[in-house]
Design a protein around this ligand. Structure first.
Ligand code: COA
Length: 492
């Protein structure tokens, strides 16, 4: 923490800060190239005459970081990204090696428990996850309660929260708030059980969301298939005898799952941790992560890429589209990343996986437009100067399309494997030294100062779209109802 005034030379691994408001000098320790934000809270100054009390100047300096551009909220041993060099490692292992040699479930073990499993360890883990793939028969009623055209992410997000309602033994609100933080053998076993359940059932819930949309009956998870093969079976099996999903598609999906399993503190993972920091059950935290992933700046980008390619139509239209991007009328979906300032390392692996899928499923008709767009954008100064390179979503949507998945199912194909990363980070946070602190960021309050309540007859209307609720047309009321008499003469 910051200490005012120095007599001897400050330690090399520290930051010396002079507060020019007070003349005080503070020494702030640097650990792992990080300074604690709370050290700045010690830097208080007297409030200037006339200064707003809401600035809280006398209560210490605040650190502003809109959008978490440079704020570390946790110590982690899970995933390392060097966005400048295009490096991604899970627990130290380069993503390229894992994509080549590992599988999604083996990588899940690695992310969750820190080590690659031995054969026996993996066998047990796989058995537990697959054992937990079946859901209660009542889940059928839950899924059937959605409208025929419900977005599958709306179903999946709700389904995780719904799932939690079955397991009172997993709920800290019922079992005591230290259920996951006490790190005893029983607590760890209980935590693992929920992890097996959530990973095991994620594919089943996703497949149920898929089948509702297709008007199909549900399928009980069959034994003896790999994680992604079973997922394909759960979506596609229609009663055919000895039905086995294509091993090429199952393998491609497995590679895509592995690549999407974790990406350190992205928006959805941060949401899971933020939600989990209140010590809520992991089902609720995962549902919150799902909601975050659904947004077009995150897990919705692969869907946005396809919609963009459809709107471009053919390679000849690429230059006009890029001009519109430069005029800020459009966004080049699938390009740019908060962390990567060069090509996303996963995008190279995905290109190779795409070729394998196209060999059996046929080339997607949008591929040529995608190639033309990619090739033009990576040479264009607008994108080069802003270091906007293709990200994982640029190609993944084309593979999902070639596999025949509907557009709005793409975020589901991202969320299912990402459950692994969310749980790895959640587990790590629950087990961290010193317990879990609730995540409660600060704000810079710039609103009205203290004012007294005004009785309604003395108020003057303040007008404007941003300061009063909008009057909107009610789409549910038909013209006929509007014109009808109600209770004598009055209209609705
Ligand atoms: C991912 C993303 C949200 C990162 O945002 P960010 O880190 O806040 O980056 P910024 O918005 O600060 O972008 C820096 C500059 O590049 C521009 N830019 C970033 N991504 C762009 C894109 N895809 N198309 C056009 N311009 C883009 C911004 O307008 C900004 O330009 P400016 O400096 O002239 O104002 C952003 O690149 C984006 O919206 N990409 C498209 C969606 C997508 O593919 N998301 C999936 C991510 S895996």
């Amino acid at each position: 923490m910051g200490n005012p005034v120095q007599s001897s030379a400050p330690p090399a691994e520290s930051l010396t800060v002079r507060d020019n408001r007070t003349g005080k000098i503070y020494t702030i320790p640097i650990t792992n190239n990080t300074v604690p934000a709370t050290a700045f809270k010690a830097m208080a100054a007297p409030r200037k005459p006339g200064e707003r009390e809401e600035n809280e100047t006398d209560k210490g300096l605040r650190v502003a970081d809109k959008g978490f551009l440079n704020t570390a909220v946790i110590q982690s041993t899970i995933t390392y990204i060097d966005g400048e060099a295009g490096v991604l490692r899970y627990r130290g292992y380069p993503i390229e090696q894992l994509a080549l040699h590992s599988s999604h479930l083996e990588t899940a073990y690695l992310l969750l428990y820190g080590q690659l499993p031995t054969r026996d360890q993996f066998r047990l883990f796989e058995k537990e996850v697959m054992h937990h793939s079946a859901v209660h028969a009542d889940a059928e009623t839950f899924f059937r309660s959605f409208r025929y055209d419900a977005h599958p992410m709306a179903m999946l997000t709700s389904a995780f929260a719904y799932l939690g309602s079955y397991y009172s033994e997993a709920n800290p609100s019922l079992q005591g708030q230290t259920l996951y933080t006490r790190s005893t053998k029983a607590a760890l076993e209980n935590m693992d059980k929920q992890i097996y359940r959530i990973i095991g059932k994620a594919t089943t819930l996703a497949a149920m969301a898929y089948r509702v949309r297709q008007g199909r009956d549900f399928v009980i998870p069959p034994p003896g298939l790999s994680y992604t093969s079973q997922f394909l079976y759960l979506m596609d099996h229609m009663g055919q005898e000895d039905y086995k999903p294509s091993p090429v598609l199952a393998k491609a999906l497995d590679v895509l799952f592995l690549l999407h399993a974790d990406h350190e503190l992205n928006a959805s993972c941060t949401t899971v941790l933020q939600t989990g920091s209140s010590l809520v059950d992991p089902y609720s935290a995962v549902a919150a992560g799902c909601a975050s992933l659904y947004g077009p700046l995150h897990g919705g980008a692969n869907e946005a890429v396809i919609r963009m390619l459809i709107s471009i139509g053919k390679p000849e239209n690429v230059p006009a589209f890029l001009d519109a991007v430069k005029r800020r009328e459009k966004v080049l979906s699938g390009f740019g990343h908060r962390v990567y300032k060069t090509s996303d390392p996963r995008s190279f692996i995905i290109r190779r996986t795409a070729d394998e899928v196209f060999k059996v499923a046929g080339k997607d008709e949008l591929l040529e437009t995608a190639m033309a767009l990619h090739d033009a954008a990576i040479k264009d100064d607008f994108f080069v100067s802003r270091r906007l390179a293709p990200n994982v979503d640029f190609w993944s949507g084309l593979i999902y399309r070639a596999m025949g998945f509907p557009l709005d199912f793409f975020p589901v194909l991202f969320a299912v494997p990402r459950v692994v990363g969310w749980l790895a980070h959640w587990r790590q946070m629950m087990m961290q030294q010193g317990g879990v602190k609730i995540w409660r960021p600060r704000q810079v309050y710039v609103g009205a100062g203290k004012r007294d309540y005004v009785p309604v007859e003395q108020r003057e209307a303040v007008r404007g779209l941003k300061v009063e609720p909008a009057a909107i047309p009610h789409s549910g009321i038909s013209k006929r109802t509007e014109l009808a008499d109600y209770k004598g003469k009055s209209k609705l």
